[in-house]
Design a protein around this ligand. Sequence first.
Ligand code: SF4
Length: 267
Amino acid sequence: MPASTAAYAVESPVARTRRARKIYRALVDRYPYAHAELDFETPLQLLLATVLSAQTTDVMVNKVTPTLFARWPTAEALASADRTEMEEVLKPTGFFRAKTNSVITLSQALVERYGGEVPGRLKDLVTLPGVGRKTANVVLGNAFGVPGITVDTHFGRLARRFGWTEETDPVKVEHEIGAMFPRKDWVMLSHVLIFHGRRTCHARKPACGACPVARWCPSYGEGETDPVKAAKLLKYELAPGAEWPDPPPGPLPGEVREPRSSSETSA
Ligand code: SF4
């Protein structure tokens, strides 16, 4: 039986919530700058960027969306875009034919049903083609300021490793974890868990020895526990400088970071 399952079985809900909040605070300390890693300026841009992020990295999506939104700046323009031309733009993100289809179909639905605007309610968002609860919560939390928990693959994996839940269904995970935290923390909670999953608590090789929440994690030891070896497993997905606070925190033991470029440091 995994240690997280054993912990879940014996821990009272009150103790679990208390421990969960300690983990949350430690993750906020580690990633105070955690944010949606997709670049966007409008709800429409975030909605489409989130759809495009399937099966690729946010970094890759951020490379293509400036061209996409400059060429077709509105839902109306996207809805009537030349398919071949858009496929060329989306090619680097993979599955570009299906993604072109998703962008055009979704934009057409926005034009036909919402006058080209992205609706700000969960119940409306999830009726749009290709928009599930996860995407809707990303858009609501980050573009509309509506509290929501984004249960993606990282969030679900970490919530189970932390022994916060035994559920695997994203909606059940969302409700169980949501009950443990005040609504005002939901968006940041989503950001820091996703940041931690991408950088430290990886699916296959969690860097337990470099983990700021190891003392509260029943799954400590699932990954590398030697601090120096663990630090080498840390991954930073965004370009160096793009995700650090200013000034950046000192590197962890053994962590190698590339220097920031002059354009980043002179801003
Ligand atoms: S890296 Fe290890 S100690 Fe940290 S949260 Fe993941 S499993 Fe737990």
